[in-house]
Design a protein around this ligand. Structure first.
Ligand code: TYD
Length: 150
């Protein structure tokens, strides 16, 4: 997956004088079924999270409260996203290295994941991630789900 596949997604926002409401539907606002929801909170000042890539899992990251930066890297290009609105999410496809930093005090990062947790799905060392990208790039197009050349 290339960094071009990562994107900010806007969710519906129902404005109401009693307070706003946003909803996110699996198979609609995220194009996969949501198998797992987790959230990161109580992050101490200066701490970083992430620092890994997933082999299969797609994720949607949402700043439910406060703000933080998500730094994505596809092995070629690095891009930083600042999340600070709960009606926007950042879609992160598999094979994308990420780390999260600059958490504001009281911030909450909620993640909607396409797969349940398994440690087998992680690259936790950047060198392993890079090596896997090289293997993918060297694989015949058919193995990468690309159309055959005529
Ligand atoms: P990790 O994914 O490394 O967190 P982060 O990306 O924020 O740095 O997970 C931290 C620990 O929590 C690790 O021991 C695995 C465990 N964990 C679960 O048991 N279930 C989960 O759904 C997640 C995301 C993590």
């Amino acid at each position: 997956m290339a960094l071009a596949d990562c994107r900010i997604v806007g969710f519906p926002k129902i404005h109401d004088p009693r307070g706003n409401l946003t909803f996110v539907e699996g198979g609609n606002h995220v194009d996969y079924d949501i198998k797992r929801v987790y959230y990161i909170y109580d992050v101490p000042g200066g701490a970083e999270r992430g620092g890994h890539a997933h082999k299969q899992t797609c994720e949607m990251l949402i700043a439910m409260s406060g703000s933080f930066d998500v730094v994505l890297n596809d092995g070629q290009v690095e891009q930083r996203f600042h999340l600070n609105r709960s009606h926007y999410g950042l879609y992160v496809p598999p094979m994308t290295w990420r780390h999260l930093e600059n958490f504001s005090s009281g911030s909450v990062c909620m993640v909607l994941a396409s797969h349940r947790y398994t440690e087998e799905d992680y690259y936790r060392a950047y060198e392993d991630f890079e090596a896997a990208l090289e293997v993918q790039a060297a694989a015949p197009a058919a193995h990468r789900g690309l159309p055959h050349a005529a």
